[in-house]
Design a protein around this ligand. Sequence first.
Ligand SMILES: O=P(O)(O)OC[C@H]1O[C@H](O[C@H]2O[C@H](CO)[C@@H](O)[C@H](O)[C@H]2O)[C@H](O)[C@@H](O)[C@@H]1O
Length: 986
Amino acid sequence: MDSMHPDPAPAPPPSLADIKAQVDRLEAAHKAKGTPLSGRIIHVMHHLPVEIVRIVPAESLESGGMLSPPMTPEFKPEDVEATVESADAKWRIHSRTAHPALVSGIKSLSDTHDQILVAWTGEVLLQPDTNVSPQTQSQATFPSIAQNLLAPFTNQNDTPPPTAAAPGNEAPLMVFGGEFNDQEKAEVEKELARFTEVEQDIEVGGRLKYLPVFLPPDVSKSHYEGFCKKTLWPLFHYLLWLDSTATVPSPDPSWLAYHKTNQMFAQRVAEVYQPGDLIICHDYHLLLAPKMIREALGQVFHPNAGWGSAHPSPAPQHANRKFDWEQSQQATPTNDKSKTEKLGGFLSNVGSALGQHLNVGGEHGTPVEVMIGMFMHTPWPSSEIFRCLPTRREILDGMLGANLVSFQTYSYSRHFVSTCIRVCGYESTAGGVDANGQVTAVGYCPIGLDVKRVVHDRELPGVIPKMEALRQLYKDKKIIVGREKLDVAKGVYNKLQAFEKFLQVYPEWRGKVVLIQVTTPALSESPKLERMTAELVSHINGTYGSLDFTPVHHYHQALEKDEYFGLLSVADLALITSLRDGMNTTSMEFILCQDKTNKSPLVLSEFMGTVASFQSALQINPHDLLGVAHAINKGLTMPEAEKEERHQSLLTSVVGHTSYTWAATILKQLLENVGGEHTAHQTPALDVGKFSQAYKNSKKRLLLFDYDGTLTPIVKVPSHAVPTERTLAAITTLAQDPKNVVYLISGRDGDFLEEHWGHVENLGMSAEHGSFVKQPGDEDFTNMTEALDMSWMSEVEEIFKYYTERTTGSTIEVKKASITWHYRNSDPDFGEFQCKQCLDLLESSLAPRRPIEVLVGKKNLEVRPLAVNKGEIVKRLMYENPDADLIFCAGDDKTDEDMFRSLRTVFPPGGVHSSEPIIMKPPVAVTSTLDPEEVAELKDVELHIRPDEIFATTVGPPAKKTLAGWHVTCPEEVVEALEVLLEKQA
Ligand SMILES: O=P(O)(O)OC[C@H]1O[C@H](O[C@H]2O[C@H](CO)[C@@H](O)[C@H](O)[C@H]2O)[C@H](O)[C@@H](O)[C@@H]1O
């Protein structure tokens, strides 16, 4: 290895067959568990892999107005693979060559799954009806590199950029700036359906349908050119402050377009979703989509509690299910029977989803988990950078709507977890992020290359002539090649600086090396960067060139495929100096092309996702110009045997992990993280109707409430967690009712509870997890720990002090019989780390020899006497109120699970028959304070309560692990439920 990088060297990649076998096994396991999958995948990505051209009367283009030139494609338009033209010659759809790795990965899953790709139409191009073929047009618009190379004395920077207004008679391409009407939308959908058939005929499609999202042009422009390219892209590539004039407007108007775009995508997904579908969202254009899709499918997110069903009614019938596959199928005439059958099966599946409840479809109509994965193709920045984004919380919560978020590299995934901890206060789990009990798995898997395609393309008939022309032209020169978008992050400017440094420090190479740099415009930085780049190229050529030699050839234009592959094949070195990049396919294409030719070395920036797999590249820091210069020299002088060896290792990486293995791995990761331990359990939302009815029918009720996180939201400072007027009013009214026995059962000390609740008449209180109890109507608390050895308190306090001194922001709360160490206001990562250390110490050194229990709470560690816990208090209250025929018990954290456990354990393990008496023995919480003689006099009691009269309710997401039978998502919902009881009662 030539430099340090944070990603571990990868193990040899598993084969595609192995991954697919694992996918099969996981799918079978889902079936066996009664959570079958539909066999479909819905991919959600920004841009359809097609270009849509609308053919219009030539005169109409002259009217101008809503027209603008199109963006430059990476390859010239004649390189398209599939084309359809509508019968009335109004529409033409052809394949688009951008993002080949992603698109080929998606398509490869069509071997085994029916797939739908939901994506924006892209800019719709207008073509005048002048009978000019795209071939003619593109030649006029995009000069060939070979033509330029063969005319070496032209100023390379005079190369005309691709323009809409082509010279002479050629037809201009313009972008349609208006909105589609319904008829046009239907026409486009119909042509897309035909197009996918054509793709299948040429074996690149499979069972993949395209579902267009028609974004209003102003929205799509502001979404992509605004928020995506001006806000997110620079942020993810550490470019936020490179140009101090590039400040993000506040509030950012393009955020609204981003939001709206994500919403329109979510809506489109909801139109075709059916239970058991797997949904995979791609990339930074759609970070809000996972959450919005869940919402569109009837699951609602609560910032304090994660996901819950749309409460309390069943999942909504989808109102806007608009996409009609049957119609699009009818509009697709085909004589190929097998294909018709194949499509027919798929389409009837889709059709059968129409009208169903969206997330209801499991056996007996039980809810089916909505399964969403997200893959980030760009880098993820450090939390220190990400936290600068004003909409950081919305973005993260949007992503955490997914069951799985996966990245290109381990380090990006690590940054993401840390960002969620630091920005949102969520916690890390073994494999992801815990957003208040709702776990999102976080993984990584670098994307690979569509090897099959590149192997095909490098052998296109046009490649060899291009190679020969280049060799002829540079027969006594070494060729260094580079091809990037002209975007600051891609590091072309640094590359030129490094090349100049190379010519300075290795003068022996002057006149013997040529750098052929191809770029395509990037949206945001292009104009300025284009000028700077052109100036630097001129400077290098002026300084190191001569009358008959130009050291840098810069082509700012689209390429023909055979030119590109010819160039990669003849090169003596590839130089890739990105300042930050998710993945880089040019480097992989170079390796594959070189396998047929020179086995030339690859100089690669260490700030790219690719780098972990490419240990045998000459890895460089692109900011270290001298280091890059040395690497260029090393590459150009490398002995053949070393070249061969390095190339072989790089080749093994490229062919061993392709876009196909990437796609299968993402699918596998998603399947591993749905229906699993943390999602299999879905606690139903509290049925307030049933609860209030039971309340009304009951004669005696036990109403038991935890405090923090249940009656009041968790806040930063414990003393600020005070009850609201509404909460006080509801509890006060309940406590006044003679049919009710109402208790607060809290970890708080008696002083705090007295201060805020002491004035409420008839309210019972249990403080410090049951260490102190005040019966309704009593003046004072009874100390249940009087007889206990409490000398451990000072030892625990010493340990807590040790950690407090070393953990800025942490505090100790010393209570009468328990002690709490809080780290909510510390550095989140470090606090969590220190908490684990402290827990280890307490459990290993103190707990074995002292009568204590250590509890992990919400950003705290608590130690209390072993003999008391909230569960014992609940048992005591049940024992003392055997005639209760309704119990409501609400809590949010682990200590409250003791209460839920007690509510269960009083019943016989095999279940209860209605006639069967339930006998309860005197519990420890009662006997422990009595003399043996008094205990002897205690009697067993018969409980009136039946299991379905118990409403044990956890405050948190449905996926939280709990012994409660119901959930609400936040403290406000607890109070709302109480208000419903009181209203119904009135
Ligand atoms: O049993 P509870 O009523 O839920 O009390 C448990 C602990 O709650 C308090 O700490 C927690 O809430 C604070 C206020 O929202 C928050 O700042 C802290 O991070 C949480 O851990 C309380 O301070 C403890 O004494 C209780 O034991």
